[in-house]
Unconditional design. Structure first.
Length: 45
């Protein structure tokens, strides 16, 4: 069970890093706002 939680945490951090790229390089302001919202949602999870 402990390894499952560790793997899930690593996966969530990896996904948040991908979204962070969208925040930095987002083509529009709306894309950047959605990406920031996703980071906020995932950090609560």
């Amino acid at each position: 069970m402990n390894s499952f939680i560790t793997i899930a945490g690593v996966v969530l951090i990896g996904l948040m890093l991908l979204v962070l790229v969208r925040v930095i390089k987002g083509p529009t302001v709306i894309d950047r706002l959605v990406a920031v919202n996703v980071i906020g949602t995932k950090s609560i999870v």
